[in-house]
Every structure is written in C-alpha cells, then in structure tokens.
Design a protein around this ligand. Structure first.
Ligand code: ATP
Length: 577
C-alpha cells in the first residue's frame, strides 16, 4: 500500500524539463568552466614545450617567460573556476528550491486517505531522507558534473592536439571505464530504490513507536515493535551491503581505467620518441594531461554514483505526484449554505462499510450534537460532512454542489473540521495565523486573536504577534496552541464547523476557558459537535444518535429523552455517573 514510485522514463523526462528551465544559467556555468579548463590545460602544454626547448638548448630568459605565463594561466583558471563554481552553486540552489516547492505543493494536496493507508513512514522518508539525498546532488553534484565533464572532454582534446599519436594512449582507459560504469549503472538504481524503501521503513517504525509510546507500553507491544525494527534494520543492512559491493567493483574498474593510460603512455611514448614520431615535450604534455585528468574522472565517477542514489530518491519524490487525486474541482458555485448528506456510505477498506446510507440535513445556524458508542462512526461521518474524504457511496453537498467538487480553498470557506489535534507551525504567531488567510492584515489578525481570548497573552509577549513559536522556539501551552488554531478558524470564516472532540484532551480548567474561546468562534455558524460529554448534547438544538454506522435517533434533547429510546438510556446512565 506504499505510495507510488515514478519509473525511469518519468524521472528523466522530469529532470530534462526541469533543467530546460535553467538553460541560460546552465550554458553560463559550462562556458565559465570551459574557460577555467582551457587555462588549466595550457599548463602541461607550456611545460611540454619547455621540455622540448630545454632539450635543444634555450635561454634562462625564455624559461622565466614561460614561468610568468604559467602563473598567468593558473591565475586565470582560479578566477574562472571560482566564478563558475559560484554560478553553479546559485544554479543548484535555484533548481532545488523549485523542486522543493513543487514537492511541498504536491504533499499538501495529497488525498488524506492515501497518506493514511501508506503510513507515516513512507511519506516521512520521502520528505526527509529522499529530499536530503536529492538536495546534496542538486546543490553540489550537478555543478561538479558539469565542471568535471567539461574538463575531461577538453583535456582529451588538448592531449590529441598536443600529439595525436601519444593522445591515443590516453584513450586506452576508456573501454574499462565504460564497461565498469555500464555494469554498475544497470544494478545500482534498483538497489538504491530498495535501500531508500528500507530507510523509510525504519523511519516509519521509529516514528510510530515514539509517537504512540503510551499505546505500545499499555498493550505490551515493545517486543513486537523491536522485532519490526530489527527486521527493518536487517533489510537496510542487506541493501547497504549490496550497494557497497556494487561501488567496490565500480571503483576497482575506475581506478584501473584511469591509472592504466599513464602506464601505457610511458611505454607507448618512449616508442614514439625513439621512432621520431613525437617529441619528448609532446609526450610529457600528454603524460601530464593523463595525470591531471585523473582527479576530474574520479570526481565525475563519484558524482555518477551519487546521482544514482539521488535518481532513486527522485523517483520516490516524483512518485508522490502520481497519487490519483480524490477530487476534481468542477467550478460549480454553491447556491446556499445548506449542507445535506444523502445516503452516505464510507469504507476504509473496500467491502467494509462503516457508514450505512446516512442521510442528514443540517439547518443553517443550528447546533447538532452527534453521540453514540465508540466505533459507531461519529468521526467518520464528521469527516464526510467536512469534505475530508469523498464518500464511497452517496454524497454530501453544500448548496447542491458536492463538497468534493469544490476547490480546496472554497471548501474550507464553507466547512472546516476542528479536532483535538492541533499543530503549532515553526514561525511567528502571525505566520501561524496567515496559514488560514495568506493576506490577513494586522487588525484582522488581532481581531481573530481577541475573539478567542488570546490577544492578552499574545500582547504580553515581548515581540507580540511576531514572537517565534513552535519546536525550538517558544513552546505554547496546549490551551494557547488550541486558541491559535481557533483564531485561524476565525480568519478562515467557514459558515459550518465540525468539532470532533475538540476540547476533550485538555484539563478541565483549560477546557472551560477554551470553551469560552470556542463559543466565540461558534456563534453565528452551523455547528456539528461530536460529543463525548453529554452536556454538549444537552445544550445542542438537535442530537443525532449513531450506532453501528447509522443514525438511529435524531431530534431535540427533550424530545429524545421523552421518547425513552437509545438516547434516553444514554442520558440517564450519564446522569447517574
Ligand atoms: P470514537 O468515539 O471511538 O472515536 P467513532 O464513533 O468516532 O468512535 P469512527 O472513528 O468513525 O467511530 O470509526 C468507525 C469505524 O471505522 C470503527 O470500526 C473504526 O475501527 C473504523 N475506522 C476508523 N478510522 C479508521 C481508519 N483510518 N482505517 C480503518 N478503519 C477505521
């Protein structure tokens, strides 16, 4: 049930398209690096000609002259290489920023049901390890591959120009390099894909065990979680071992591939000089080129390996884009604010309906409480009413438009789900508020904070709304965090709210305080409250009682108590408690 992984063709098409957007800076980097490479190539060439000059006899002035030109060549190379490297890094950052933004956009629009099915580890692995691996290669690898390939190519050309015959000796390593690279590439990508998957599994087991440590303890799942971890570690070990083996073979081939030509050149060059087919200077220049190019080849190959790792990671990142959307906005506009559920069914696993043809008409402005035993389907119905999941049967509409036919922003301005889980994002309080409304100005945000009773403590902070909060910065109390979440709701301003045990996790004193804040947010809106505490039901306009995925009773509190059915029984037993 893991998220999809993009195939090779998709990865390459995407990479090509991505790079095509940066054609001008790419060309700029190549030109700068070519200039640097040319300057560096002048060095062996000048040394070679110096050898020839010394062989036939030359003046000290000529040697000094060559020394000056050598210095100039090195300085020119340094300047071009420096500027080129800087441009390359800027380019890498640009590409990576774009990649990251696209990815973030994709994951924030993923259908929730798919993410839940795939488990947290898979998505988390892709957003952390895989992004890190791609980032490293885009930032440093892409620029260095450009630099080294230009250098290698120009060195080959320079060697052939210095002496075509001796230059040929330089090419003797190529077959070995090609064969070992081909052998490696064929095996590396699948192995790295498996390795990434194994990392994701470790991530998943680890995060789930830590996040739900209390449950693990309570149900004595420790041994089973450790076994799962060992399994995940073994898989990871296996793939690390496999990729290490592949790299070891590759590097043996590579080292031979680039050490071999220098040895060949010594023998071959000596024969050429003896036969009068090349000068000592020319052979020296080519031999120097063969030594100089080693570094570039080594680095090029290092990056080719890293690119394999990154390609596997990119395939996993791009795979997230392949998740089928669970909705398509149709552009229809709701005629009014009435939310209606008709014969709604939902199955988390196909064939296992947890809601059975639930129908419900929300009266605008009413407060409806949903009560019922655990597992009755209250939360699931709440999620349907808030448009979180598309129902597997029937429909939930607002003003005759299906919730899942609305664009996300439009949907959130109609109805929002408030749960007991709330998150403080790293950033200022204002940043946290603007998540709900990007263009909210200061008075608007202050109003939102004031209406949930939070303005007093926010103003008491040294930097007010600009105070950094979240992990690593100021930690808000659970009640404060909940207030910030409620202030976001005020800014979002939906006409209908679905509350799923929104205050049940807080301690009673905070809950009372929070209920005041909550009441301010609720006034004037249609509210569906999934209730654990029956006094919420008592205060509601209507109560819906759910059992086994069905609404079995619905009506005002007093009427239901009088009727003496399911709700009356619940109410009496709760009162006795
Ligand atoms: P509670 O009061 O305990 O929260 P509830 O009435 O809100 O219960 P739901 O959470 O809607 O009930 O669950 C209805 C049924 O769907 C239950 O049988 C539950 O096990 C199942 N269910 C809920 N969430 C999932 C999920 N993510 N995957 C699979 N089954 C689920």
């Amino acid at each position: 049930m893991l998220l999809p992984v993009a195939d090779n063709a998709t990865v390459w098409r995407y990479s090509r398209l991505l790079l095509a957007n940066y054609r001008a800076p790419l060309v700029g980097v190549v030109v700068l690096q070519a200039a640097a490479a040319l300057a560096s190539l002048a060095v062996p060439w000048m040394l070679g000609s110096l050898v020839d000059a010394v062989a036939v006899g030359t003046t000290a002035a000529h040697i000094s002259n060559v020394g000056v030109w050598l210095t100039v060549a090195i300085l020119v190379q340094t300047v071009f290489a420096g500027v080129g490297q800087r441009q390359a890094m800027v380019l890498g950052e640009g590409i990576f920023a774009r990649l990251r933004e696209e990815f973030l956009d994709t994951i924030t629009h993923l259908p929730l049901s798919t993410v839940e099915r795939a488990g947290t580890g898979d998505l988390l692995g892709r957003t952390t390890n895989d992004v890190d691996r791609v980032q490293w290669v885009v930032r440093f690898g892409v620029p260095r591959v450009l630099v080294t390939s230009v250098t290698i190519l120009l060195t080959m050309v320079a060697a052939l120009v210095a002496s075509p015959l001796a230059g040929v000796g330089l090419l003797t390593g190529v077959p070995l390099l090609v064969v070992s690279a081909k052998w490696y590439l064929k095996r590396a990508t699948p192995a790295y894909l498996e390795s990434s998957k194994a990392y994701a599994a470790i991530n998943g087991v680890m995060t789930e065990s830590v996040e739900h440590a209390a449950t693990v303890d309570e149900l004595s799942l420790g041994r089973r979680r450790r076994a799962r971890m060992t399994e995940a570690l073994q898989a990871s070990w296996h793939w690390e071992d496999r990729t290490l083996y592949l790299r070891a073979i590759l590097f043996v081939g590579m080292v031979l591939g680039y050490a071999f030509p220098t040895a060949v050149l010594v023998v071959w060059g000596a024969w050429l000089v003896n036969s009068g087919l090349a000068t000592v200077g020319a052979v020296s220049a080519v031999a120097l080129y063969s030594i100089q190019v080693r570094g570039s080849i080594g680095e090029f190959l290092f990056w080719i390996d890293e690119i394999q790792v990154a390609t596997a990671s990119l395939a996993r990142i791009l795979g997230v884009k392949l998740v089928e959307p669970d909705r398509m906005p149709t552009g229809e506009v709701p005629a009014d604010q009435e939310i209606v559920a008709r014969a709604v069914e939902y199955a988390y696993r196909s064939g296992h309906n947890v809601l059975h043809e639930v129908s419900l008409d929300l009266v605008p402005g009413e407060r409806l409480a949903i009560v019922g035993p655990s597992g009755a389907g209250k939360s699931t119905l709440g999620r349907m009413l808030a448009g979180i999941h598309p129902p597997t049967g029937g429909a939930v509409t607002v003003g005759d438009v299906r919730l899942v036919d609305l664009a996300e922003e439009q949907l959130r301005s109609e109805v929002a789900l408030v749960t007991q889980e709330h998150h403080v994002f790293l950033g200022s309080i204002a940043d946290n508020l603007r998540l709900a409304k990007a263009d909210a100005d200061e008075p608007e945000m202050r109003h939102a904070l004031a209406s949930v009773d939070a303005l007093v403590w926010v103003d008491a902070l040294e930097r007010g709304m600009e105070t950094e909060v979240g992990s690593g910065a100021l930690t808000l109390t659970p009640a404060q965090a909940q207030q910030v979440a409620l202030a976001r709701l005020v800014l979002l301003n939906p006409h209908t709210l679905v509350l799923d045990e929104a205050t049940s996790l807080l301690d009673p004193s905070a809950a009372r305080h929070l209920e005041r804040s909550l009441n301010a947010v609720l006034s004037g809106r249609t509210v569906v409250a999934i209730a654990h505490r029956l006094h919420t039901a008592h205060d509601a306009d209507r109560v819906a009682v759910m059992d086994d995925g069905r609404i079995v009773e619905i009506g005002p509190h007093d009427e239901l108590v009088e009727r003496g059915g399911e709700y009356a029984a619940l109410w009496h037993s709760w009162q006795q408690d």
